[in-house]
Write a protein that binds this ligand. Structure first.
Ligand SMILES: NC(=O)c1ccc[n+]([C@@H]2O[C@H](COP(=O)([O-])OP(=O)(O)OC[C@H]3O[C@@H](n4cnc5c(N)ncnc54)[C@H](O)[C@@H]3O)[C@@H](O)[C@H]2O)c1
Length: 489
């Protein structure tokens, strides 16, 4: 769908007018394109006391081929950074006035154990933020607070959330800011997640907090033991198979429901571009569009109403022979009315399609072993499921249920190395949102740190990261794709 305001304010006349009237000035987001380098530019790295993720950062910098400069706010860690090969240069605070110099800011706060040790965060971002270019990236790394050995460490680590979310709101210029909590022992599982948050693939993901756990599990409330050797959760969990970063899903089979159009078609397309064979499911009434989408991707089209009682068995039978590695529950509907005016049928159809069908399909695929060990289940929730929404009691109930399902199922799936996560989109430009009344649509578009709606590809790229073989430590998580929406923040 077309956001004509975004186009207008990015013209010379529109920009002048918007500036003089104090209107929002959304940037055109830099999204991933196969014909452009995914990573380039200079990354400034900062750290608090005793940073514990420098090895992982050094591997990442080498692997994505960016140049990094170290910032000396913590002083003591710089010799360490040199040893790890991170100190390829030094960030000079005098450069703070040169906008656009930096592509990303990375801060390792994993060693911070007390609120009195938070000051280097101020030093680093104070010096560097103005040098971060448009569409830049901020990633803060810490330890999961609930795994910390002392209340003071928990407190200091939890404080990082406030900092990161505020940076996202303050930075503007389409800059994203996200926080990654890395459990002890999970360092080797950091790369896929860091790549995502540093890449243009995460253009519309900001203000998020993601946990990576050791041994292929990152569940919500995963107390997993303190920052101690006991934290090696997941012994016996299947290890991550080898993969190629350019085609990480090669050899994998992915099912996507609601694949005929909108976000589902984008998910199918991104997963196929990453190498997966995609099996798209949609309503028999959407058969033509479904066939057209899947034909382009060399995928397989299955026309089923996922809410029909016989659908789980039919889908399982269709997938049985070769099994499946990734299941994306994207199909969803809205039937909006305030609850006093909502009929039983409006309530029930939304719960059936958006929630119960997911449970029944997963149960069928898991019971028969059709979803293979090491697999991925990804639900599509919504920020309405987090914040609630007027006229959407049925929809918000179903989408909050998707979150509950992710959190409750993650521990059960861990032994098989299967992760389960959900994305919670905010305002995404699709036929669903095109039907909204104009004023609500405009409010939905502007009330976020990017001052614009997201595109289906933004949701799809986030799902591709969760489906990635390197994201085995990410499970039980809800990741909002909402440009840091003010709703439900
Ligand atoms: N667009 C947004 O802003 C937004 C925001 C938050 C969440 N979401 C969620 O994202 C998902 C996709 O949304 P969209 O905007 O692309 O919607 P859409 O209406 O454009 O597409 C939904 C697809 O699901 C299919 N579908 C519906 N019921 C089905 C059934 N019973 N069986 C099989 N297929 C069925 C439809 O035919 C359609 O192809 C939905 O779950 C939606 O709730 C969207």
């Amino acid at each position: 769908m077309n956001d004509s305001y975004l186009n207008f304010v990015n013209s010379p006349l529109g920009a002048r007018l918007a500036r003089s009237l104090g209107w929002p000035l959304p940037e055109v987001l830099r999204r991933y394109r196969a014909d452009r380098p995914e990573f380039d530019g200079l990354v400034a790295i900062g750290a608090g006391r005793e940073p514990r993720l420098l090895d992982a950062l050094a591997n990442l910098v080498a692997s994505i081929g960016v140049t990094s400069v170290a910032h000396e706010s913590a002083g003591l860690w710089v010799p360490l950074a040199t040893r790890h090969g991170l100190m390829t240069g030094r960030f000079e605070p005098a450069e703070a006035g040169s906008p656009g110099k930096l592509a990303a800011l990375l801060f390792d706060a994993s060693g911070i154990e007390d609120s009195s040790q938070l000051a280097p965060l101020h030093g680093f971002f104070h010096d560097t933020l103005r040098s971060l270019g448009k569409c830049g990236r901020i990633v803060v790394l810490g330890r999961p607070p609930e795994s910390c050995a002392s209340p003071r460490q928990w407190t200091a680590q939890r404080a990082l959330e406030g900092l990161t979310r505020s940076l996202g709101k303050e930075a503007r210029r389409a800059i994203t800011a996200n926080l990654v909590y890395v459990a002890q022992g999970a360092e080797s599982g950091l790369e896929a997640t860091l790549r995502f948050f540093l890449s243009p693939r995460s253009a519309y993901v900001s203000g998020q907090v993601v946990r990576i756990a050791a041994g292929g599990f990152g569940g919500h409330g995963d107390a997993g033991g303190p920052d101690s050797p006991n934290d090696a959760a997941g012994a016996g969990v299947p290890t991550t198979p080898a993969f190629d970063w350019s085609q990480p899903l090669a050899g994998r089979r992915a099912v996507v429901t609601g694949a005929a159009r909108g976000i589902g078609a984008a998910i199918a397309s991104v997963l196929a571009a990453e190498g997966a064979h995609v099996i798209g499911i949609d309503m028999p009434s959407a058969r033509d569009a479904l066939d057209a989408t899947l034909r382009q991707l060399n995928g397989t089209a299955l026309a089923f109403d996922i809410a029909a009682p016989e659908a789980p068995a039919q889908i399982a039978a269709a997938l049985d022979e070769q099994g499946v590695d990734i299941v994306v529950h994207n199909a969803g509907i809205t039937k909006d009315k305030t609850i006093a005016k909502m009929t039983d049928a409006m309530w029930q159809s939304v719960i059936d399609i958006n929630l119960s069908a997911q449970e029944r399909i997963d149960d069928a695929l898991l019971a028969a072993g059709i979803l293979r060990d090491g697999g991925r289940i990804i639900g599509v929730s919504s920020i309405s499921g987090i914040a609630g929404n007027l006229g959407q009691t049925n929809y918000a109930t179903s989408k909050a249920g998707v979150i509950g399902r992710v959190q409750s199922m993650a521990p059960h799936l861990r032994a098989r190395g299967i992760t389960i996560n959900a994305v919670a989109p905010g305002f995404i430009e699709t036929q669903m949102t095109a039907r909204m009344p104009l004023t609500l649509r405009e409010a939905g578009r502007r009330m976020n740190s990017m001052s614009q709606g997201g595109q289906p590809v933004d949701v799809a790229q986030t799902i591709a990261w969760l489906a990635h073989p390197g994201a085995a430590g990410v499970s039980g998580q809800i990741v909002r794709v909402c440009g840091q929406s003010l709703i439900g923040a």
